[in-house]
Write a protein that binds this ligand. Sequence first.
Ligand code: ZN
Length: 320
Amino acid sequence: MDSESTFYAHDRREARWVSNEESPTPYAKGEGVSLMVADFVSDAYGFLKSPDGQESARKIFRAGKNRDGYFTNDDILRQAEDAMQILDKYYPHEDHVFVYDNATTHQKRSDDALSARKMPRNVPQPGTNWGLKRPVLGPDGKPVKHKVRMAHGKFNDQPQDFYFPHGHPRAGVFKGMANILEERGFGSMAGVLAQCKGFKCMPDKPRCCCRRMLYEQPDFANVPSLLEQMCKKRGYDVLFLPKFHPELNPIEMCWGRAKYWYRRNPSSSKDEDLERNMLSALDSVTQAEIRRYSRRCRRFLDAYHVGLSGKQAAWASKKY
Ligand SMILES: [Zn+2]
């Protein structure tokens, strides 16, 4: 084991699995289809698979017209599920962390996730209610907008229901931002705006508007993605790379290296050749190369150390 590639958290060794999906084959114009691969790589183990190589979390899909389309959040979740199953089975003595790009597909939240973006300030008019509008399939198979209740908030470690309780004259109706904040101990919201004009709040003015105040509440500010929720339940951590920095993701360099090997094959547009050549190109990426890519990313991280915040800093502050 490369000592540089591992580190310890809580006395257990931690393995980081960097993931992404991309096409490791050069995209041929007019071909209309390209093979995409989604996989995990770690500098300690290479591509994620069982020791005998028979089980892996690798997903191959055909992007382009009338094909599988692109990887969705559901695909990402299913793939993480497969990865955890392999790691549980063969590598149970380490802590595992999944590292993902900051893409929308990876960050998707549950339909009822907390968001102050569209909340009304006050209790809705009698006979009406407020909820999150989400598309659901109607009886004719077409999507219709359906109002979903927002999940409970969390304040002082207690759940806070945003809808009036049983027995209340407006039971089940949304409380409005002002009431929610008052319940949180912010005092009277009388005279506090729903939102500053254009939501351009003055940074030095506290309590400028209800929406800003809720935005800054920890439960609103740190809504976990579905991926984080699912992995955390099974004892796996998830980190996201800073946005727009593919050079921090070693798997990108693996795809690049695979492309190099792929180009050395005689070209063929036959689907089965495409797939076989791609797999052999991926197999040609060596463990030593993967370690080198990881070290390169770490050097980038050191250089970027300043100016990253939140979850980004969490990623950058630990040695890769
Ligand atoms: Zn404001």
